[in-house]
Design a binder for this molecule. Structure first.
Ligand code: SF4
Ligand code: SF4
Ligand code: FES
Length: 537
């Protein structure tokens, strides 16, 4: 038995859950202890980021010697507890709870956005009654627009109050409440304004365990089981929230937060969440183009990069200038810096849209940051300086007038003056869209966006975080670090970079701080640049 052996550590308790012996810190809730043992106890109202009201009764488990079943979301493990999550008594009680929820819950599964990832569906399939016994008609309450991106289907609500608690405890903007009593209970907003204007409100759609709160943006767009999911980093501000890109037919359908206690806990803002259509934008450059007089001619990668390496060797003025997008990865910006150093050195700028900072009061280290691009701090580490205004326009005068080698990396140059690049002895554009200013280039090289490649961003805390490919790149587009890595090997004795990990490793030659990190160490949580504090950067 678990309590028979003397315990070495007074700060821990021992228990047995479903026959598995476990030692956990004192005060651990049974539901969390079970999770450590790989056992998922059904639950609705419990969420690790919120208070636990023991409201839904879905998490009942049997604890030997306790007089009645315990809600595992509030009951903590006592030393020597013997817990059964699958005993006949526990299963029977939970079956009753599920039947109770299904009394009024509509059988909307074929049209409900939550279908496939609904906790009522999952638990009913796992341990509910095989047949419903209800003969009476179900309650019909209809749909309500809660404002912002949120629609409320009152019929589907299981009254777990996660949404109300999120708005109270985390957003600290109490806009939702439980109104009425007993079977007339319903979630409601106080005023007509509803959730409008609170940029954290879409988190309640993630929190809702059923299809009661759904996103207007995602409504009837895709079924959960048709989506592919890739771990990524939100590209839309310098916070670097950990997210999943959920995709179908090679397009991003929605973005969901991925837990990281150091960065965004379980949350993300609506600005980042809903700002993804640009990733799906069509009309990308699909092949390397090389200038031949007035024409741009499509060529193979080998041809383009061989010719470019030759042109860089022969160019008369070797000083370089660059315009870099802060949406590009560390690996991309670092590789460009290395190329520029070989070409003869030179300065570069980045342009970034800026706006108001909006802090999440219940987790104040998370905010929609003023700089609305993920890698502002990364491109700064590689020596690129801010230019232009808060709408990411202007600031190109120096680059436009430059007479040496001009590189553009990822910036679309939508506002660039006509004839941009005409003064340059060699103009190289590595990016996504052939805007008029990009079409002035001598070499146009198609690069992937962050969603199509592996790489890292450096966030406002100087935390370096990895992202992975979620969709396929168009045509012949390649990661900029790969394009510039091959070029670098062609114009210097640098080793060729084969993988994203190689490209990351090479960053240490530009910024030694990166030498303390490896792709493997970064894993999925990221790491703060080790020598940042000493460097006082
Ligand atoms: S709307 Fe969803 S999150 Fe809110 S109480 Fe109902 S079931 Fe829970
Ligand atoms: S806070 Fe920034 S990184 Fe996080 S979701 Fe919002 S825009 Fe994206
Ligand atoms: S999760 Fe325990 S009572 Fe709701």
């Amino acid at each position: 038995m678990a309590d028979a052996t003397p315990k070495a550590n007074p700060e821990t308790v021992r228990c047995t859950i479903d026959g598995m012996e476990l030692e956990v810190p004192k005060g651990t809730r049974i539901i969390d202890a079970a999770a450590r043992a790989g056992i998922d106890v059904p639950h609705y109202c419990y969420h690790p980021g919120l208070s636990a009201p023991a409201q839904c009764r879905m998490c009942l488990v049997e604890v030997e010697k306790a007089p009645k079943l315990q809600p595992s979301c509030t009951a903590t493990v006592a030393d020597g507890n013997v817990i059964h999550t699958q005993s006949e008594k526990a299963l029977e009680a939970r079956k009753g709870v599920l039947e109770f929820y299904l009394v009024n819950h509509p059988l909307d599964c074929p049209v409900c956005d939550q279908s496939g990832e609904c906790k009522l569906q999952d638990y009913t399939a796992a341990e509910g009654r095989a047949m419903g016994r209800l003969k009476e008609p179900k309650r019909v309450q209809g749909r309500d627009d809660f404002g912002g991106d949120v629609l409320f289907n009152a019929d589907r609500c299981v009254m777990c109050t996660r949404c109300v608690r999120f708005m109270r405890e985390v957003a600290q903007d109490e806009r939702l409440a439980v109104v009425q009593r007993g079977h007339k209970n319903v979630i409601d907003t106080f005023f007509d304004e509803g959730l409008e204007g609170n940029i954290w409100a879409d988190n309640i759609v993630d929190l809702c365990p059923v299809g009661a709160l759904v996103s207007k943006d995602f409504l009837h767009k895709a079924r959960a089981w048709d989506l592919d999911r890739a771990p990524s980093i939100c590209p839309n501000c310098t916070q670097g929230c950990n997210v999943r890109l959920e995709t179908r037919d090679n397009a991003v359908m929605r973005i969901k937060p991925r837990p990281n206690p150091e960065v965004n806990a379980h949350w993300m803002c609506d600005y980042g969440r809903l700002n993804y259509e640009w990733i799906n934008r069509e009309g990308r450059i699909e092949a390397p183009l090389v200038r031949d007089g007035d024409r741009l001619v499509g060529v193979s990668w080998a041809d383009a990069l061989t010719r470019l390496a030759g042109a860089l060797r022969d160019v008369p003025v070797r000083d370089a200038r660059a315009v870099v997008s802060p949406f590009m990865a560390n690996e991309d910006a670092g590789a460009l810096r290395r190329v520029m150093d070989v070409v003869g050195g030179g300065a570069g700028v980045y342009r970034c849209e800026a706006g108001e900072e909006v802090v999440l009061p219940g987790f104040p280290t998370l905010a929609l940051r003023p700089d609305r691009a993920a890698n502002v701090h990364g491109v700064e580490l590689f020596g690129f300086k801010r230019a232009g205004g808060t709408s990411a326009t202007g600031g190109l005068d120096e680059a436009a007038a430059h007479r040496g080698v001009l590189f553009v990396l990822g910036d679309e140059l939508a506002d660039a003056p006509e004839g941009f690049g005409a003064n340059a002895s060699l103009y190289v554009y590595v990016g996504h869209f052939a805007s008029p200013a990009a079409r002035n280039a001598d070499f146009i090289l198609p690069a992937t966006t962050f969603a199509e490649m592996e790489g890292t961003f450096t966030n406002i805390q100087r935390r370096v975080q990895r992202f992975w490919p979620a969709i396929q790149a168009p045509g012949m587009a390649r990661p900029a670090w790969q394009i510039l890595g091959v070029l670098l090997a062609g114009i210097s004795d640098a080793a060729p970079v084969g993988t994203a990990a190689d490209a990351f490793e090479a960053l240490a030659s530009v910024r030694p701080e990166f030498g303390g990190l490896s792709y493997t160490d970064l894993a999925q949580g990221g790491a703060v640049l080790p020598s940042f504090a000493e460097a006082g950067d």
